[in-house]
Structures are given as C-alpha cells and as structure tokens.
Design a protein around this ligand. Structure first.
Ligand SMILES: [Ca+2]
Ligand SMILES: [Ca+2]
Ligand SMILES: [Ca+2]
Length: 516
C-alpha cells in the first residue's frame, strides 16, 4: 500500500452534491447524489473540513457535511488531515460482497472485494449475458486523491469467479478525465449503437457541467471493438440548447433499444430535473431519445417524453427500464418519477410518485399506455426493476417513504399492471428508528417454487443491513435480517443490491472504510 494514500472518510452526500442546499420541494430528495433543482451549487462539494476520520470512524461516516462554503479541497487542507494513530491507516475503499451458492433455505457463501476508493459499490449493474459492472463514481487517478475524481466503471465477466478488483476485464474512466461528474451512476446494457457488430455501452455522467450549467449531465458512449472498450473510442452526447439547463441530471437513468428499427441501437436517457422550464420555475423531469447511427450516438436528442401533468418536482425519468414486460416479444418502456402526479378529475390530488409504461408496438411519443401510482408522498418509483417470481415476470418498485422503512410492491404486466398486494414486502415496524429506509432490492431464485427477495438500506443497524423474505408458492414470508450477511455489516452495506444473473447477488458497501 503506497505510503502517501490519504485518509478519507466522507459521506456520499458530502462528496457528490451540496447536501446543505435547501430545497423548497415538499419532498426531500431520496437520492443524495442528484442535485436539487434549485440548488446554487449543484456541483459536488469536495471534502469535509469538519469530519475527523481518524479519531472517530463511525461518526465520520455518519456525518453529513452541511458546510457549503468549505474550501477543504485545497492542498493545504488535505495535508492537515490528522494522523492521530500511526499504527494503522484508514482508507475509504468502498467494497462489495458477492453472495453465491444459495441453497433452498436461503443460505449462501460470501466473499468480499474491496475497492480502490471513490465509493466502489455505489452502483451494480448487469451489462449482458457475459458481463456485469460495479461503479466507483468518485474514484480518482491516482487513487484516493479527491481532487482528481473522475469515477471508474469496473466490468467483470460473469463466468469468472471474481475474487479481487484486479479480476476486472475492463476498467473505464470518463474519456476527458472530467472530475466530479458522477461517472458510472448508471449504464445501459450492451447494444450496438454504431452498427459495426461490436457491443457498445452508454455510461452516465449525470453531474457533468456544460458551459456554466453545472450538473446538466451527459452520456458517454464507449464503442467496442475486438479488444473491448477503451476511453479513446468514445463519444459524448447531451441535451440540445433547446432543453439543456443547470441541474438537469440528464443520464441518471439510461436504456438502449433500436427503437426505430434502422439497425442502430438508440439511447433513452432520463434526468429528473430536466424538461422545459415551467411557469414559476422548475421542470417535470424528462426522458430524451438519442439516435444511433454508423457515426455513433447523435450529439443531441431527437425527441423527448414528458409526464402529463405540468408541475415541477415530479422527477420523471429518475428511473427507467426497457424490457419485454408483458411477454409479447416487443420491448416495453417503464419510466419512473418518484414525485409523479396523477391526473384526476378536479385537480392533482395525488403526488406519491409513479411509473409510466409505454407498451411495445405503440408510438411512445403519443403517451403512456399504463400508469401506476401508489400511496401519497411515498416516493414510489425511487427504484424500479423487473423480477421473476415463480418464473413469471413482474415490475417491482420501491417506495422508501411508504410505511416506516419503505415498501417493495409487485405489479403484474399480464393483469394490467395491477399490484400483487399479497406480495408486499414490508419490514416489521418495531425494529429500527424511522430514518432507516430501504434503498435497493433484488430477487434470486432458490428453487422451482421459491424465490428470495433481498432488500437493503445503509442506515439500518450500525453500518447497513439487508433483509430477506421468501416467496414460496405465491406466499411471502415475514422479512428478516438475511442470515448470510456479515455479522457486523459496515460501510453502508445494503445501499445497492443486485442479482447479476449468474446465480450471485452482489451487495455494495460504498462508504466502507478499511483499516490497514
Ligand atoms: Ca458497436
Ligand atoms: Ca435506431
Ligand atoms: Ca412487450
């Protein structure tokens, strides 16, 4: 371990946005890595002058930096970091746990992989049948130098037993080495955007600045060739001057599909603060369509999708899925907005968040074919996924402010997206303080008649926790702490949860601080 590595213990919040900036929205933002639309400084607030990572690790991790005027990113400040105990070093490595070999009763083997800083484990995604990926959205070159945090995306092969970071097949950076752009917050599955027969990948940089527009966001596309992906073979796309604004957060959600059928995969990108400026300020959130061609992804959007209700604070585009939900072999689009309003007679009565579904085979620009809403103010749609229960596909959604700790609900595409209320994932109410919220979830098949739901949150317990419930023959068990998790989870364990599609569940602990 190089001797000069700095000790860093900063919350995700402190690093990636100006958390202290106040928002006038009735809802607080569930994802601390998205800028508030009305924030003056949507750019990341570097470092944390007040935290003392060496003397009190726990409180340093818990602590939020409310001080927007901190200039702690200066070299002078960096060198002031106290080394009170020379016997060990602490590094905010981040990390993941990989759980494998699930048996019928829900036991599993585990292995831990530490990152190289920058909140490794923040996002976990599948890219194809062959690849999956983990982002460290604030990793730097060199490592642990927060002034040079370009973010990294680690791409792993599913067939390989991953034991360490160096097992990555590819490691990608922002091609311009732009710092603090949220690189790797999301990525598309592999698809061929320029039609050359090699898979390409679109990666978000939703906090990227364009001109003076901080956190406007941009899409980075890496074009594959016979040797894979590299920064030299990439392009950047962003919203045109018609739409681009500060804090759009464009590309926080991404999906690819050859929508117009010309043989070149196209990209759908969402930004929860994007969209035309409304009377009185703010935007609805927006999804933008970027066209693929032999030259690569178009620089600007061709058209956009907006929600029906013209009100700000709907965060349309905060999440997105393209998948054949209803099994008719045509891809469907699901767009979530965690403040989405429902249009009802007599006014906007409902603003709990929602999901718009655009069915395959219809013109998506004409509007959604189905809309799903949930409890008022529940921030429904904060995370959406497709899952399988008993071999049948469901659309699943997290509502972090529903009940005490959040709920996960399941919707049947073959029944008009009606909820399966009998499968609602709801934690028992007596366990934790009510600032603990589920932040992510996924499912894995244990046997032909049993599936396991796994949901996590970084604030449960002392360092995060994951909870498990089985669904057996259509009946859900009471959720309990998963028995295969570490005895004393640390570092925001459970912040991200992903079934990577090879029989393994990967759980992130992006805030983890390792003691050497
Ligand atoms: Ca290609
Ligand atoms: Ca196309
Ligand atoms: Ca379909």
């Amino acid at each position: 371990m190089p001797a000069l590595l700095k000790i860093l213990a900063i919350t995700l919040c402190a690093v990636l946005i100006a958390c202290g900036s106040s928002s006038n929205e009735e809802n607080e933002i569930p994802d601390e890595n998205i800028p508030a639309e009305d924030s003056d400084t949507a750019m990341p607030d570097e470092n944390d002058e007040d935290s003392n990572p060496v003397s009190d690790t726990d409180s340093a991790v818990e602590e939020n930096d409310e001080d927007e005027n901190s200039d702690a990113d200066s070299p002078e400040n960096d060198s002031e970091t106290p080394e009170e105990d020379s016997d060990y070093e602490e590094l905010q490595t981040g990390g993941i746990y990989i759980f494998s070999d699930f048996d019928k009763s829900g036991n599993a083997q585990s292995r831990e992989i530490l990152g190289n800083g920058g909140f490794f484990g923040f996002s976990i995604m599948t890219l194809s049948d062959k690849y999956w990926a983990v982002s460290a959205i604030h990793e730097s070159i060199p490592a642990f130098d927060w002034d040079k945090a370009t973010g990294k995306l680690y791409i792993f092969e599913k067939e390989k037993k991953i034991e360490k970071l160096e097992d990555a097949a590819f490691v990608l950076n922002h091609p311009d080495k732009s710092v603090n752009v949220g690189f790797g917050y999301a990525a598309t599955e592999l698809c061929d955007i320029n039609g050359d027969g090699f898979d390409d990948i679109a990666v978000s940089s939703h906090l990227a600045t364009f001109n003076n527009l901080s956190a406007a966001g941009e899409i980075v596309v890496f074009y594959g060739d016979a040797s894979g992906w590299k920064e030299e073979n990439s392009s950047i796309s962003r919203l045109s001057s018609e739409y681009i604004q500060k804090a759009d957060s464009m590309s926080q959600s991404l999906a690819c599909l050859d929508y117009d059928g010309d043989g070149f995969a196209d990209i759908f990108a969402g930004g929860q603060n994007a969209g035309p400026e409304l009377t009185g300020g703010g935007s609805q959130g927006m999804v933008a369509f970027f066209k693929g061609s032999a030259q690569g992804l178009s620089e600007h959007e061709s058209w956009v999708l907006l929600p029906e209700v013209e009100e700000k604070g709907q965060y349309f585009g905060s999440g997105m899925i393209i998948d054949d939900l209803d099994g008719d072999s045509k891809p469907d689009l699901a767009v979530a907005g965690w403040g989405l309003r429902e249009l009802r007679e007599g006014g906007y009565e409902h603003f709990g968040g929602g999901i718009y579904i655009y069915s395959g085979g219809t013109d998506w620009q004409k509007g959604a074919t189905h809309k799903i809403f949930w409890a008022d103010s529940s921030q429904f749609g904060s995370v959406i996924k497709t899952v399988e229960i008993g071999g049948k596909k469901y659309l699943a959604s997290l509502a972090p402010k529903d009940n005490l700790y959040g709920t996960i609900s399941f919707f049947d595409p073959l029944e008009n997206f009606e909820p399966r209320l009998d499968l609602l994932f709801l934690l028992p109410s007596y366990l934790y303080s009510d600032d603990n919220k589920i932040s992510d979830f996924d499912m894995i098949k244990l046997s032909d008649d049993t599936d396991l739901i796994i949901a996590g949150g970084k604030n449960f317990g002392d360092g995060g926790m994951i909870f498990c419930a089985t669904v057996k023959d259509g009946t859900i068990s009471e959720p309990k702490a998963c028995k295969f998790q570490p005895e004393t989870p640390e570092g925001g364990f459970g912040y991200s949860v992903k079934n990577i599609g090879n029989g393994e569940i990967v759980v992130g602990k992006p805030e983890y601080i390792h003691r050497f």
